[in-house]
Design a protein around this ligand. Structure first.
Ligand SMILES: [Zn+2]
Length: 210
């Protein structure tokens, strides 16, 4: 049996320039004359059928994978176009069946797959599709960035809505830049826990004052 191609999972926090890395990777592959397919999830609708990064002047056209589909658009396009490389943005917003479809593609076709995404949601839990990708043999690489508050590497996210820390709720919350009251931070574990401690303390204060 032949070796399957590279399956890479590049994980970084918000504003760690993940999409910029995808765009640069795609650019150099294009320059080498390699055939590349780029996909993004339907849930990330901010930039339409493009991967966009605030860090770069160029953008990259991408095929949107519909949320309700099993991801067979990825296998049918791979079959039809025989790419050397598949690039995937915002992997955390794909579904479990779509992740499994990607794993199947890696076994069926001679293609390298480079994916980019977030590991942890603002509730401190790993995104299930990311977990499934690791279970399916994707090799984790990290895109390092400093914590917004100290010099540690950022690993976690905090979400503030109208200044209030959000600790429960939907794991998936697409950043909406139009909504100015919604603020995400990329933080280290220690700053993440400190934010939760402050939240809990304020809650107790509030209860005592009643
Ligand atoms: Zn920190």
């Amino acid at each position: 049996m032949r070796d399957s191609g590279v399956k890479e999972l590049n994980l970084g926090t918000m504003r760690s320039a993940k999409s910029a890395q995808l765009i640069m990777k795609g650019y150099s592959l294009d320059e080498q004359g390699k055939k590349v397919l780029t996909f993004k999830p339907e849930m990330d609708t901010r930039d339409g059928a493009f991967v966009v990064s605030r860090a770069l002047p160029i953008e990259r056209r991408a095929t949107i994978v519909p949320q309700e589909s099993d991801g067979s658009i990825m296998s049918s396009m791979t079959w039809a176009e025989n790419p050397d490389v598949i690039l995937i943005d915002e992997l955390q917003f794909f579904t479990i069946p779509q992740i499994e479809k990607l794993a199947e593609i890696s076994l069926t076709y001679d293609v390298d797959i480079f994916t980019y995404g977030l590991m942890l949601s603002y509730n401190g839990k790993m995104f299930e599709p990311i977990k499934r990708a690791l279970e399916c043999g994707f090799k984790m690489k990290t895109i390092d960035m400093s914590c917004d508050h100290c010099n540690n590497d950022a690993t976690h996210h905090t979400l503030y809505i109208d200044g209030m820390l959000q600790i429960d709720g939907e794991a998936i919350n697409v950043e909406n830049t139009k909504d100015k009251t919604q603020v995400y931070e990329s933080v280290c574990y220690s700053c993440f826990q400190r934010a939760i401690d402050v939240y809990e303390m304020n809650k107790i204060d509030h209860t005592n004052k009643k």
